[in-house]
Design a protein around this ligand. Sequence first.
Ligand SMILES: C[S@@+](CC[C@H](N)C(=O)[O-])C[C@H]1O[C@@H](n2cnc3c(N)ncnc32)[C@H](O)[C@@H]1O
Length: 349
Amino acid sequence: MSLKEKITPIDKYINEALYNKKSGYYMKANPFGKKGDYITAPNISILFSEIIAIWIVLFWKELKSPSKFNLVELGSGNGEMILQICKTLEKFPFIQKSCSISIFEKSSYLKKIQKKKLKKYKIRWLNHLTDLPNFPTIFIANEFFDALPIKQFIKKKNKWYERNIKYSKSSKAKILDLLTTVKKLETKVGFKISSGQKFIEFSPLSLKYLKYISKSIKLNNGGLLIIDYGYLDKQMKNTLKSISKHKFNDVLENFGKSDISHDLNFKLIEKIVNMLGLKVNGITSQKYFLEKLGILERAELISKDVPFSEKANIYFRLKKLIDINEMGHLFKVMFVTKKNMNFKTGFQN
Ligand SMILES: C[S@@+](CC[C@H](N)C(=O)[O-])C[C@H]1O[C@@H](n2cnc3c(N)ncnc32)[C@H](O)[C@@H]1O
C-alpha cells in the first residue's frame, strides 16, 4: 500500500491493516497460539469444538434430521475447530453423510493452512456466502464478527462526527473526528441506530453478511451460532483494540503487524436480526453454554485414565474456557433462527 498521507474512516483503516493483500495482518502469518499474538477457544482445548459438534448434532435432530444440510464455518483461522468437528461427526455416521461442510475464509494465507490441515475431509471453500445449495444451513462463527472492520461515530455537543485516521509512512497515525450526519448511516442500517447513543460502533460488513445469512435461514431453515467477545448493554461504547504477542497495544501503532478487533454489542446484533425477520433464540455466557452441554462431564471422562500431568493440563485449559475471570463470561453465545424455531439446548434449563 502506498503510505502517503491518508485520511480514512476507521473501517477502511482496519481493512487495510488486516486484509491488504500483501501487507495485511491476516494475509501473511499465522496469528494463533503461544508463538503468535493471541489464542482462540478451539486452540485452547479440543473440548470446545467437541461441545460445538454435539450442539450441531442436537440442532440437526431438532431440524428433523434433514438428509442434506450445510454446515458453514465463518472465518476458520487455522482450521482447528472444523477439524475437531469433523472428527466428532465421524462418530455420528448418519449425520456425517448428510452434512456438507463449507468454510468462508478471506485470508488466502490461512486458507492454505486450512486446506493442508483438513485434506482428509470433503470441504468446500466458498468465494461468496451465497454459494450454497438450498438446504437447511447451520452457520458457526467463533470470533468471526469481532474481526470485521467497524465504523465509529462520536457525539459532541449534539453533533455527530465520524472517526477517521490520518496516517502516513513518516508520522504516527492520529485520530481525526470529522463532522458528519448519521442520516445516511441510519438509512443503510434500516433503523435509528443513534437513538439514545453518544457513541456508535457499527460494522457495515457484519450487516452485509447478516443479510445473506438471514435470507438463507428464512428460505431453507437452520441457524447462526455466534461465539464472541461482547456485551449486552444497549449503550454502545468504544471497544476497538489491538493485540500483539498476547498484549494490548495502541490501535494507531504496528499497522499490519497486530490484530485489531472489537467487542460485539449483542443488543445491536439482536436489533439487526429482528429487522431482518429472524429472532434471537438464545443468548448466554460461554461458561453456561459449555457447561449445559456437558463440558465438565466430557473433561472427567477423557481425563480418567491419563497421567496426572495430562489431567492437570486438561483442567487448566478447561478453566480458561469457563472461568468467569477468563473467557467464561467475557465470551457470549448467541443463537439466531427463524421466528418459529424453539430450540433452547445450551441456553435454558
Ligand atoms: C479472530 S480469527 C478467528 C478464527 C477461528 N474462528 C478461531 O476461533 O480460531 C478471524 C477469522 O476470520 C477470518 N475473516 C476475517 N474477515 C473475513 C471476511 N470478511 N470473510 C471471511 N473470513 C474473514 C480471518 O481471516 C480469520 O480466519
